[in-house]
Design a protein around this ligand. Structure first.
Ligand SMILES: [Zn+2]
Length: 247
């Protein structure tokens, strides 16, 4: 099999803009470190209160350019009706076998939005069955299972497993989020208001980044949670990084 499609990291969000808001800075940082990074959206966002599927598609493509993603793909599940079933699981397993990401980022398992919760379930099950040789074997794809699934902390509160300093990439993230003009504050818009479109929304996103930054004594950070134990190669390298405790 060719390695052309292979990614180091794949971030999977229910709707276009979820990934940018949750981990846009981390993805931008990974690209700058030389990793191949992709985003997979589950739906086109056609159920959203503001903006059409076409508008949101254009915005997602523009944000992908800002983040310099290798690929931005869409699973094309019906927005607002994302469920774990055989169809969604097979679709997910095929994408994971196609891109073969070592690390997957996705939603946290507890979230007010059912699409986010179900995306988390589809990703976890899809990643598992993608590693079974006899599952969906007729496609000719090789089996593959990601090493780790790291979950977004946004918008939940829980203790993070790790926190990524993305201070130098906060501006890049801001520009990627700004691509979603139809969703954000626009005093001239006649569309109904949402959480995102309120004037204070971007300030709250920044406040969250600064809060996670304060945990490791940097300006801006994004936090993640991993369910399984981490396999650490060099605990000294890992544990001698700056933490707020001694700063
Ligand atoms: Zn969403």
């Amino acid at each position: 099999m060719s390695d052309e499609m292979r990614l180091d990291a794949l971030a999977i969000g229910a709707h276009p803009d979820d990934v940018e808001l949750a981990c846009g800075g981390t993805l931008s940082k990974l690209v700058s470190l030389g990793y191949r990074v992709g985003v997979l959206d589950m739906a086109r966002g056609e159920m959203g209160t503001r903006g059409s599927a076409e508008t949101r598609g254009r915005e997602a493509a523009a944000a992908a350019c800002e983040l310099q993603l290798t690929v931005r793909d869409n699973l094309e599940l019906p927005d607002g009706h994302i469920w774990l079933n055989e169809e969604s699981r097979v679709k997910m397993a095929r994408k994971i076998r196609l891109y073969r990401p070592r690390v997957v980022f996705t939603h946290y398992w507890e979230d007010p939005h059912p699409d986010h919760v179900h995306t988390c379930q589809i990703v976890r099950e899809g990643a598992h069955v993608a590693g079974l040789a006899r599952y969906d074997a007729d496609t000719g794809q090789e089996r593959f299972r990601p090493h780790t699934i790291a979950h977004f902390m946004f918008p939940r509160t829980a203790a993070p497993t790790f926190v990524v300093d993305m201070t130098d990439f906060a501006e890049q993230k801001r520009r990627a989020i700004a691509c979603y003009q139809s969703q954000l504050y626009d005093p001239g818009s006649k569309e109904p208001e949402t959480n995102l479109s309120g004037e204070g929304f971007l300030r709250r996103v920044e406040a969250r980044q600064r809060f996670y930054g304060s945990l490791i004594a940097v300006e801006h950070a994004e936090a993640f949670i991993v369910r399984e134990a981490l396999n650490v190669h060099d605990p000294i390298e890992l544990l001698s990084r700056k933490m707020n405790m001694y700063s």
